[in-house]
Design a protein around this ligand. Structure first.
Ligand code: M6R
Length: 605
């Protein structure tokens, strides 16, 4: 949610920052802005624009020289998207520039206080408060001015600050919003996401909450907001710069859908132990005795990650025979849940930054619970906050909507379920059966992807629908939920997901020819029950698209997917529906990678 990039060194900074912003645009894209130091010391130069980074780029003058700068792409929270509400925010003398991710909770109170002192605000944003606090500070150093400001604000922030009187440095601070330093040769970068750094350096320092840093061209220093030096040392980022390119696809979503066979191969790699027909997960930090003591599993996530968690709960309960359920982290936090020492809590997040999930983890940890993370971004806030966990190794996911991370998260849950199951009651035979099934997944996913042209034809038909219904039973229900979310996120077609068993308890009233139903119909113990639901819909003249292991007579169309073990079928059945959502949105001319009103990482409440 919002992207920050900054640079100090010898290069012409504006093109470098604009390129960085383009890489971060998936985090927020309603407006953008850039500030550079003026070679004529004493003031900063700024350009801002409502709209996309390309709109900002069009406004940046040809001569916009400077070798230090900060830039931002925004996802509005305080104040509508507009030129003036875009970041950076400057003080009236053009001396202090601030870019900010996060929310200042006491902005209204601070604003009133500053206005009473005669400050005139240019924007409606909470961030401008930080600019004025820094500009009005009487402290001698920029570090001290920033420290005073962050001590005055409540809330979350990742900020980068430039000051015309301190042109040899950028000062940054973090509390709840990622700030990553990129360490180069006689140049330093800062960003809210490695995506903006990786073309320049793979040496990074991720700040902790409560940490600040001073970046100079040939040096960096980290310290806490109380001034204690933290001496952070750089780590090497594993992801390649090329992973952030579109690689010949028209959209990131298409690229990421098609990467799934490789991504699944990666999450499995090095984790299967054929000798004992089990799975080893290095970072779990849970010994067999502790694993046997778990009495419940509670999985927490948001959006797509919550849906992956629902499938994960089914896998764990089925294989490890531990009662397990999933709940949206955003709801869990606010219902004062009973926190049980014998429950294993699992936080799921692609980005590892989602505020609602992070806040739930922090609340759980405060109450003494054991929390594992199932996370894609290595070293992210949730990964670091958790007691241990499983990385899902999907590689960078740039499209705002999640596809390969969903699939890999579910596979990671299957691995965890085998691991816990084999410590408890899963037999050697069943362990082997699931492991063999897991190994088949990459080729089976590829087989589904090879049928893309047929799915594209079906999508042309669905692009005309005003609304769609998705149904599934037990394992199929989370698949329906996720498919319905994917469709609405990128096509803006209204979609509902229901357990097929609930149809006759209400939603059947909606069925008519103009409301197509997508039904998940695996060849498992519930096949006949699912077929009965198709009958009910057909009897009301409903149109049906089935995702099944064989042609379904009652359906108008069937997408046939390869059969795996019953437990692993949901992984495969979700894939054609990603393509269906994709091609439906494409047929409707939607901006697939950047759907309206959404951002990739929701780091605010
Ligand atoms: O990064 P996370 O997995 O924690 O994100 C959670 C949700 O915000 C995310 O899955 C969202 O629902 C996506 N737009 C799904 O496509």
């Amino acid at each position: 949610m919002c992207g920050i990039v900054g640079y100090i060194g010898k290069r012409d900074v504006a093109p470098l920052l604009l390129e960085g912003l383009a890489r971060l645009e998936y985090r927020g894209y309603d407006s953008a802005g850039i500030v550079v130091n003026s070679p004529k010391a004493g003031a900063l130069k700024m350009v801002k624009a409502k709209g996309r980074v390309r709109d900002l780029e069009a406004r940046v003058p040809k001569r916009f020289a400077g070798t230090t700068g900060i830039a931002h792409t925004r996802w509005a929270t305080h104040g509508a998207p507009s030129d003036v509400n875009s970041h950076p925010h400057l003080d009236p003398e053009n001396k202090v520039a601030v870019v900010h991710n996060g929310i200042v909770d006491n902005a209204a109170e601070l604003r009133a206080k500053l206005e009473a002192e005669g400050v005139v605000f240019a924007s409606e944003t909470d961030t401008e408060v930080i600019t004025h606090l820094i500009a009005r500070s009487q402290a001698d150093t920029l570090e001290e001015k920033v420290r005073e400001a962050v001590k005055a604000i409540d809330g979350t922030y990742g900020i980068a600050v430039m000051h015309a009187d301190f042109t040899d440095r950028i000062v940054v601070a973090r509390n709840g919003s990622p700030v990553i330093l990129g360490i180069g040769e006689k140049e330093m970068l800062v960003a809210s996401d490695v995506a903006a750094l990786i073309a320049h350096t793979r040496q990074v320092v991720t700040l902790n909450d409560g940490e600040m840093a001073t970046l100079k061209a040939d040096d960096f220093r980290t310290y806490t907001t109380s001034g204690t030096t933290t001496n952070s040392t750089p780590e090497t980022v594993e992801w390649e710069a090329a992973s952030y390119d579109m690689g010949g696809h028209d959209t990131y979503m298409h690229k990421e859908i098609s990467e799934q066979p490789d991504a699944v191969d990666r999450v499995l790699r090095g984790r299967i132990d054929d000798r004992f027909n089990t799975v080893h997960l290095g970072g779990l930090n849970l010994d067999p005795r502790e694993a046997r003591g778990i009495r419940r599993v509670k999985i927490l996530g948001c959006g797509t990650s919550y849906h992956a968690g629902l499938i994960g709960a089914g896998l764990i309960e089925g294989m490890a025979r531990i009662p397990a359920d999933a709940e949206p982290a955003s709801e869990f936090r606010y219902r004062n849940p009973v926190v049980d020492p014998d429950t294993l809590y699992i936080a799921v997040s692609q980005s590892g930054e989602t505020y609602d999930v992070l806040a739930a983890v922090q609340e759980l940890k405060r109450k003494g619970a054991r929390v594992l993370g199932v996370v894609n971004v290595v070293g992210s806030a949730i990964a670091r906050e958790a007691d241990g966990g499983v990385y899902v190794h999907a590689g960078p996911e740039v499209c705002v909507v999640s596809t390969k991370c969903f699939t890999n998260t579910v596979v990671a849950f299957a691995l965890l379920a085998v691991h816990l199951g084999r410590i408890r009651d899963l037999s050697v035979t069943d362990g082997k059966r699931i492991i063999d099934g897991l190994r088949k997944l990459p080729a089976q996913i590829q087989e589904i992807l090879d049928g893309e042209e047929d799915i594209k034809k079906l999508a042309a038909e669905f692009a005309e629908a005003k609304s769609m219904m998705f149904i599934g039973r037990v394992r199929g229900y989370p698949v329906a939920l996720e498919a319905s979310l994917k469709l609405k996120e990128i096509s803006y077609i209204h979609a509902e997901a229901y357990p097929a068993s609930e149809l006759k308890h209400g939603p059947l009233a909606l069925i008519e020819p103009s409301l197509p139903t997508v039904a998940i119909v695996p060849d498992d113990d519930l096949l006949e029950k699912n077929r009965a639901a198709l009958e009910e819909i057909k009897a009301r003249s409903g149109r049906i698209l089935a995702v099944a292991h064989r042609e379904q007579e009652k359906a108008d169309h069937t997408i046939v997917v390869p059969k795996n073990e019953d437990e692993l079928d949901p992984i495969l059945m979700g894939i054609p529906l990603q393509l269906l959502a994709y091609h439906t949105a494409l047929a409707m001319g939607r901006d697939i990678d950047k759907p309206r009103n959404l951002a990739k990482s929701v780091t605010v409440e």
